[in-house]
Design a binder for this molecule. Structure first.
Ligand code: GDP
Ligand code: MG
Ligand code: K
Length: 281
């Protein structure tokens, strides 16, 4: 149909609510605040004959299950299955913001990245080849400034082409976590493949990564499966090998590998920080 369910996902204070307000004419709460209930707002916007059902989700740095925000965003992705995710990125804090992006790539969601605060990025004289970044992440990156609405139309057009599956820069990639972790993931995946729900709903790769991270929810989910014992034995074996090679637990090793990927991608995309003073905040 002509309706696209779009979830706004990103770190706290990256500009999600600003986009939500700008696009929908709504008046959600913009700015720093804490202690509010973990909740989502919904509103509509239109672009090129499409209706966007926008959901403004709580800010989160990660998709693990350590905070109510993280769990809320994860549940939204798994239960509501948005057609397209807009991952809003604060371009003043690329490495940290792209960490969440790597986790969304693991989940294999269809998405577009908004390189937001681009006004500040330019003001500082920072540079980055967004086309290269798009290719490396397999996701289109659009430069935006939600304070002014710059780039919103281009962003929404990318959402439409991702939704219609006709975007040339979208190519499903796997974040390469290095040999030890990747063979561990592959080993666990073999035992997950027989489960139709895991295969279709989460992807066996995502589930294997979560198990290697000792994710409580993933473990509880697997515990209900018929071959739970075999799966957990595969995880334990994979984890042991990672530990022997990396001298660290597999959760930390996965995080290090993701930051390694991000660092490599930013270097390849020629990311340079400008010399001009940061005028922001
Ligand atoms: P959220 O926590 O992700 O919902 O972020 P908000 O939309 O509440 O924005 C956080 C702060 O950043 C607010 O003060 C916004 O006005 C500001 N902001 C949002 N987008 C931009 C942008 O593109 N450029 C600049 N300079 N500020 C922005
Ligand atoms: Mg907000
Ligand atoms: K905020």
């Amino acid at each position: 149909g002509n309706t696209i369910n779009v979830a706004l996902i990103g770190n706290p204070n990256c500009g999600k609510t600003s986009l939500f307000n700008f696009a929908s004419g709504a008046h959600g709460h913009v700015g720093n605040y804490s202690g509010v209930t973990v909740d989502a707002s919904e509103a509509c916007a239109t672009c090129d004959g499409f209706v966007f059902n926008l959901t403004d989700l709580p800010g989160t740095y990660s998709l693990s299950c350590y905070s109510p925000e993280e769990l809320y965003v994860r549940e939204h992705l798994m239960k509501r299955h948005p057609d397209v995710v807009i991952n809003v990125i604060d371009s003043s804090n690329l490495e940290r913001n792209l960490y969440l992006t790597t986790q969304l790539v693991d989940m294999n969601v269809r998405m577009v990245c908004a390189l937001n605060m681009y006004d500040e990025f330019e003001r500082r004289g920072d540079t980055l080849d967004t086309q290269t970044l798009s290719t490396l992440f397999g996701v289109p990156f659009v430069c935006t400034s939600f304070k002014s609405g710059r780039g919103v139309q281009e962003l929404f057009r990318e959402v439409i082409s991702v939704f219609e599956d006709c975007n040339a820069s979208v190519r499903h990639i796997h974040i390469n976590h290095g040999h030890e972790i990747e063979s561990g993931i592959a080993h666990i995946q073999q035992y997950l493949k027989c489960n139709v729900v895991v295969r279709t709903l989460f992807s066996t790769r995502y589930m294997a990564i979560k198990l290697l991270e000792h994710d409580d929810r993933a473990e509880a989910y697997v515990a209900k499966m018929e071959n739970a014992k075999e799966i957990m034995a595969a995880r334990d074996a994979a984890e042991l090998r990672v530990k022997e090679e990396k001298k660290t637990d597999s959760e930390t090793a996965i995080m290090d590998a993701k930051y390694g990927f991000i660092h490599g991608a930013l270097t390849e995309a020629g990311f340079r920080q400008g010399t001009k003073e940061d005028t922001y905040r």
